[in-house]
Write a protein that binds this ligand. Sequence first.
Ligand code: SF4
Ligand code: SF4
Length: 258
Amino acid sequence: MKVLRTLVQVLFLGGVVALLLRGLAGHTPNTCEYYCPFGGLVALYPLARYKAYACALTELNVALLVSVLVLTVVSKKSFCGWVCPLGTVQEWLGRLGGKLFRRRFRLPKGVDRVLMNLRYVVLIAVPVLTFTVWKFDLGFRAYDPFYILFTWGGHETAAFSFYIVIGVLAAALLIPFFWCRYLCPMGAAMDPLSRAGALRIRRNRDTCTDCGECDKACPHAIPVSRVDEVTARNCTNCLDCIEECPVEGALELSWFGK
Ligand code: SF4
Ligand code: SF4
C-alpha cells in the first residue's frame, strides 16, 4: 500500500509540476487554480446569488469540491494524504526534517490546539474577503502557498508571496504538515465529514502490545494506541501506523471500525 500511495502522490505532484513547467514556458496560462477544490467552495456564493462564477473559477472547481467531500465521507482525509501535491511536498519535507534534526518538533498541546482553529478563520475569511475587499477577484492567490508554489509568479503574486511559500515549506521541515495543520481552509472544510469517514484504522485490543510505535509513526500526532478506532479529523489514511506496527493484524483498515 505504501508503494501504491507513493505512486499516486508522484502522479498528482507530477501533474501540477508539468502544468507549472508548461506555464513557465508560455505554452499554457499558469492554471493550477482551475483544479482547486477550495475554489469550488469560494464559487458557491456568487453561483447561488448571481448564477455566475467569480474570476477564473468554473464548474470544474465545484465538481472537484464535491468529489473531495464525497471522498472524505468514504475515506477521511485521503485527499490530503494521497492526492494533494502540497500535502505530498510537506510530507517529504517533514521526512527530510526528521532525518536532519533526528526528531519531529511539536508545539505545546495548548498552543497547538488554539492554532489548529486558525484554519476555520482562513476558511471564513477567504470567501468574505473575496466578495468584499477583493471585489470578486481571487485575491487569496497572493497568500496561497499552493497557488504561489505551483504557478511561481501567477496572477496577483507579489514579492511577499514568495516569502510566504518559503516560510510554509521551511516550517514543514520542522513541524509536520505545518500548512495543513494550522492554516489550510480546505482541510477545515473537510473536518466534520472526516470525523465520520467510513474507512478508518481499527486497533485490535487483543493483539496490540501497547508498544506505542503507531503513535510515533503518525505524522499527525494521533494517539492511535489509545483508541479502538481512529476517528480523528486529521487522519489522512496514510497507513504509516499500520506499516510501523510490529504486530500483524493489530491495526487494520476497516469500515466504521468493524
Ligand atoms: S499514521 Fe495512521 S492514524 Fe496517523 S494519519 Fe496515518 S493512517 Fe491516520
Ligand atoms: S504499534 Fe501496533 S502493537 Fe504497538 S501500540 Fe500500536 S497497534 Fe499496538
